[in-house]
Structures are given as C-alpha cells and as structure tokens.
Ligand binder design. Structure first.
Ligand SMILES: [Zn+2]
Length: 80
C-alpha cells in the first residue's frame, strides 16, 4: 500500500466497520513503516471525535485537504 492509496481510503478507515480485515492488515503494515500516515490517521480520528462531540458529522473539506497536502509532501520526500 502506498501513501496515496492510504489517503484514498482514509475516510473509510475512520469508520472502522467499513474496512475489511484484509485491507486493515495492509493499512497496518503501511502505518508501521510510514509514521506520517499514522499521524494523519490519528489526527483525523481526533478531529472527527471533536466534531462528533459537537454534533457536526462532516469533516470540513479544508481540514481534509490540508492533511492530505501535508502528508503527500512529506511522503514524497521520503519515498515511502
Ligand atoms: Zn504513508
């Protein structure tokens, strides 16, 4: 799994029930070697928790874009 693939399914990852066990294993494997994606996942989860506690269910597009841009920049530099 690449960073791009990970980011493409980030939204599904947040909702744990959607992701198949096989896919989850691939993601976990990627996260073990790619700390940046791990940070993105954790940050996104936390952000969503905050939004849910305020009864807002949509992650703002802007936040999503910012996270994606940051991770892609770092991962490209590292070629992970
Ligand atoms: Zn990655």
């Amino acid at each position: 799994m690449t960073c791009t693939e990970f980011l493409a399914m980030l939204d599904d990852m947040i909702d744990d029930s959607i992701v198949a066990a096989e896919t989850r294993a691939e993601v976990e494997q990627h996260l073990r070697k790619c700390g940046h994606c791990e940070v993105v996942l954790n940050t996104t989860r936390k952000t969503i928790e905050i939004y849910r506690s305020h009864q807002i269910y949509e992650l703002p597009y802007e936040v999503n874009e910012r996270l994606h841009a940051a991770i892609m920049t770092r991962c490209k530099a590292k070629r992970c």
